[in-house]
Design a protein around this ligand. Sequence first.
Ligand code: FUL
Length: 481
Amino acid sequence: MKTILTTAFLFVTISVFAQKNIAPPAPVLPVPTEAQLAWHDMELNAFIHFTTNTFTDLEWGLGSEKETVFNPSGVHADQWVSVLKKAGFKGIILTCKHHDGFCLWPSKYTEHSIKNSPYKNGKGDIVKDLSDECKKQNVKFGVYLSPWDRNRADYGQPSYVEYYRNQLKELFTTYGPVFEMWFDGANGGSGYYGGANETRNVDKTNYYDWPNTLKLVRSMEPNIIFFSDAGPGVRWCGNEEGRVSTTNWNPITPDTLYAGKAGVETLLGTGAENGTSWIPAESDISIRPGWFYHAKEDSLVKTPEKLFDIYMKTVGRGSLMLLNVPPDRRGMSHENDVKALEGFRALLDREFKNDLARTAKVKVSSVRGKSKLYGGANLTDNNKETYWATDDNVTTGTVELGLKKAETIKYVVLKEYIKLGQRIKSFTVEVNKNAQWVKVADETTIGHKRILQIDPVTTDKVRVNITGSKACPVMSAIEIY
Ligand code: FUL
């Protein structure tokens, strides 16, 4: 008895040891930071655009608006947050200051703010209201502070950059934590500029001295994600239509993105296979035609189906969907927007309800070191920390999922284990129909998440073929709906 036990113990020890000994794949650089990984996992991010424009019916305020025009009958930040949270949004970025320069907090550096508005007799502070509410409801809070300021007399001079930095200090030391900072690309042009009423163009590359501004913000919020055309945290997706390219590389080389470069929009959408930095694409879009609330757009709110389509073309292509839901003059998310968001959530829940892969039999073409640590079962265990991988010299592979019974399927979801970099360059998906494999998708990149919508088909077997990869493929999940 004792010998049997000892032998068994030795066997278990040796096999565990052998499995432990198979080293994980080396990362393919660049790889995301912890903060970027957390950002990817959010999938849904929100914008709140609110300023004097809400009351003047403009999209870009001139900067000459009197503070008194800002006069919401209330500010229901609790409602903004709860509506977005219920729909699945994990963060909210507020236009603390848009291009018109009006500040939603009582900044001590300007008179052009909420403190001179009739709202709460000048005692209001909407940045505080929203950041407090986000804390309360466990939603991340982000800041949009427009670099372009059409109100300031000194816009274009060094003192304005000082002013901008002072405001960043004010915001980050009073209203944090802040998870994302949005540096909008639109700047320079016509404006009020303290009464000058002229056109001012700044040298966008050098005027703001971005390296030092970012350093300042990082000293207050070390893990902040910076959005701008070229990152460094996340990049613009190149359009405001709610889509990235089907080929979407997270890496990109920031030097190739200087403002005004022809064709840069396409590059922003695709990223670059051999890009030097991990700067994923964020896709900003408004639930209405405009970024600010206009009553005339009440009938033009995007439908749940349209929002779902945007989700498929952003989150479903490895990007993040950043949706703007602008409060109206009552300081509330309008009922039409609320209804659209509820419908959007219901669609997501309905379409991705029952993952058929969870109970499927998984067969893979090969496993790294033949070790269970990297086996095919990791693809369907609903654990994002486990993955299927092949040996280093194997850059193609096949995963076959045998469903419990024939089912009609509409979506195949694929995820790479991006902690080790984005690797897969091409893949196909096949379904078995009348004992024949039929190709239903022929695609390129995967990244954080790829959702393929296929014509509904009844099958009991699905096959994913990785046909090209920069190094051995490393995938964390396959789901089928
Ligand atoms: C643009 C701005 O000009 C719009 O007004 C809006 O804020 C959008 C998110 O970014 O560049």
